[in-house]
Design a protein around this ligand. Structure first.
Ligand code: FE2
Length: 141
């Protein structure tokens, strides 16, 4: 199923919202390719994109959490590390075994989990906190 970024997911920082939207786009491109029988080609592109994306995006998001003293920062950071390791594991499989059906399916499951559980639940908690926080994010101008 294709997924769409929704306004309620906004964390109140334009750059992070832009990064989240980009991840939704990349997932949708992968989903379309998968159903068009081109999942193996697209999964290579997806993993190429994710490596750089994760480094920048997680650092930006963690920096926002620190700026606003987000109380669940440690647990959130652990989840980022977990996602980073899962992607690294799949990349290793891709490198060793190529983009077989199992790998493409695992990549799809990882991405839906990321978008649905992580962004829609955990990142959304940051969004709610930022909106209610007495500490104004000075970098969001
Ligand atoms: Fe996050």
């Amino acid at each position: 199923m294709k997924v769409e970024w929704q306004e309620y997911l906004s964390v109140g920082v334009e750059e992070i919202d832009r990064q989240h939207k980009l991840l939704f786009e990349k997932y949708n491109a992968f989903f379309t390719a998968y159903h068009g029988g081109r999942g193996d080609e697209e999964v290579i592109r997806l993993f190429g994109f994710l490596e750089e994306y994760m480094a920048t995006h997680f650092a930006d998001e963690e920096s926002l959490q620190k700026r606003v003293c987000f109380p669940d920062y440690q647990r959130h950071r652990e989840k980022h590390l977990e996602l980073t390791c899962k992607v690294a594991e799949l990349k290793e499989r891709l490198y060793n075994e190529g983009p077989d059906h199992n790998l493409v399916t695992s990549a799809g499951l990882l991405m839906t989990g990321w978008l649905i559980e992580h962004i829609s639940v955990m990142d959304h908690a940051i969004a709610r906190y930022v909106k209610a926080s007495p500490i104004q994010d000075q970098h969001n101008t």
